[in-house]
Ligand binder design. Structure first.
Ligand SMILES: NC(=O)c1ccc[n+]([C@@H]2O[C@H](COP(=O)([O-])OP(=O)(O)OC[C@H]3O[C@@H](n4cnc5c(N)ncnc54)[C@H](OP(=O)(O)O)[C@@H]3O)[C@@H](O)[C@H]2O)c1
Length: 238
């Protein structure tokens, strides 16, 4: 049977493009969404985009609810072989840009941390043991150049910290998976600046271009990398 992929936050933007491309490549794909209404809309949108992708409820900001939600997805669809942690928010300041550390509220930090860090940590904790036991798994975390410590600049501090933490989580998970010596690969990527709700209308890249490196990492062969940070399929400095 074809491998099963779960893409979080896949009802729009880069997640939608990743889910569509994985389905076009013959994987079975579940799209994580956070409401029944969005599930209905996503079904229609994937059908219009020419692919069969199953929406499933998965709010990644609800870390406590994630193991149960994933168990339900696996009960219905079978075990998840490929996990793409795509869902994220950027809520620093009005419009997301220009917010200084000194304007950042604890609430913005907490919400960003819950969605962008605790969510992916919870999905990895829930799914990696099964992947290691079955001796196969691919995990792709969607990060950003905003999370690079080398060249870290000012602005949108909660988002930057969350993506730097996601990079660290990726390294930790990859090191633990490597110790098992199974064919389980965990990588993180930057999609570049992409025209989505988050990236805005002026971004130079299409969602399909932004999805390319994540799709490559989700479909790596056994000899592919693990524990790396990539953009345009090239290694990026941390
Ligand atoms: N666009 C860029 O230029 C850019 C650059 C660097 C990195 N990235 C990264 O690429 C990834 C995708 O970004 P994007 O531009 O496609 O963002 P987007 O257009 O804002 O879409 C975000 C997706 O995540 C979902 N989401 C947010 N919070 C969620 C939650 N608690 N539970 C489940 N789903 C949730 C949203 O669902 P709703 O529809 O329910 O809100 C939506 O489907 C993110 O990790 C982002 O940080 C993007």
């Amino acid at each position: 049977m074809a491998k099963l992929a779960l893409v979080t936050g896949a009802n729009r933007g880069i997640g939608f493009a990743i889910a569509r491309e994985l389905a076009l490549r013959g994987l079975r794909v579940v799209a994580g969404v956070r409401s029944a209404e969005k599930a209905l809309q996503a079904s229609t949108d994937f059908e219009a985009a020419g692919v069969k992708v199953e929406p499933a409820m998965l709010d990644v900001a609800d870390a406590a609810g994630i193991p149960g939600a994933l168990a339900e997805i696996e009960r219905i669809n079978g075990t998840i072989d490929v996990l793409v942690n795509n869902a994220a928010i950027m809520i620093d300041g009005p419009g997301g840009f220009g917010a200084s550390l000194f304007d950042m509220t604890d609430d913005v930090f907490r919400q960003t941390w819950n969605t962008n860090v605790l969510g992916p940590a919870a999905t990895m904790r829930a799914l990696l043991p099964g992947m290691m036991a079955r001796r196969f798994g691919r995990v792709v975390n969607l990060s950003s150049r905003a999370g690079q410590l080398s060249g870290m600049g000012s602005g949108f501090p909660a988002y930057r910290v969350s993506k730097a933490a996601l990079n660290a989580l990726t390294r930790i998970a990859a090191a633990e998976a490597a110790a098992s010596k199974e064919d389980v690969k965990i990588n993180v990527c930057s999609p570049g600046w992409v025209r989505t709700g988050m990236g805005g209308a002026d971004a130079p890249r299409s969602p399909e271009t932004g999805a390319d490196t994540a799709v490559w990492l989700a479909t790596l062969d056994r000899d592919g990398p693990s524990g790396g940070f990539f953009e345009d399929r090239e290694s990026l400095p941390w």
